[in-house]
Design a protein around this ligand. Structure first.
Ligand code: FE
Ligand code: ZN
Ligand code: FE
Length: 164
């Protein structure tokens, strides 16, 4: 891989995000299925639908750049999703499991916020206003997902602390 310029790093970072998003699309439904709390499940499902749009935005940016989104695996997201999978395999109380799902999914959102935050900055520096615009939309959605999870955690954490 060539990494001579900020443009190269920009493209690598976008490939990482593309891999991250597609891994989330694959792993997400299993996480959502393990959740019984309706607020949490619908928030996860809603964010999965949004994730499809995020993938399309990345594809559009790559097309404009004349580059392909494939060819890099996001090992960070692979590890985060592996930890979520491990959690789902635990013999846990449901409320405690769901509190854990929120921890895991917030880690996913924070990874994305870091990646997209840098991507927006790079796009602006490189004068790629269209990409900056699209990436900023996704960044906003990731921040909203994180906030939503924090809100739902306020209820689920209490339930996990005082099981029914
Ligand atoms: Fe995303
Ligand atoms: Zn990565
Ligand atoms: Fe996300």
């Amino acid at each position: 891989m060539e990494m001579a310029t900020l443009q190269d790093l920009f493209v690598e970072n976008l490939k990482d995000l593309y891999s991250a998003e597609t891994q989330i699309l694959k792993a997400g439904p299993k996480v959502s299925k393990a959740v019984e709390n309706e607020d949490l499940r619908s928030a996860l499902d809603e964010h999965l639908r949004i994730t499809e749009t995020q993938v399309e935005r990345l594809e559009r940016i790559f097309k404009d750049l004349g580059e392909k989104p494939t060819g890099k695996k996001c090992h960070g997201m692979e590890g985060l999703l592996e930890e979520n999978k491990e959690l789902l395999g635990e013999d846990a109380e449901q409320e405690v499991l769901e509190a854990g799902v929120i921890v895991g999914m917030q880690k996913v959102e924070h990874y994305e916020i870091a990646g997209y935050g840098s991507a927006v900055t790079f796009a602006k520096l490189l004068g790629n206003d269209d990409a900056a615009d699209l990436l900023a939309q996704t960044l906003e959605e990731e921040k909203n997902a994180d906030k939503m999870l924090t809100q739902i955690a306020e209820q689920i954490n209490v339930q996990a602390d005082h099981p029914a």
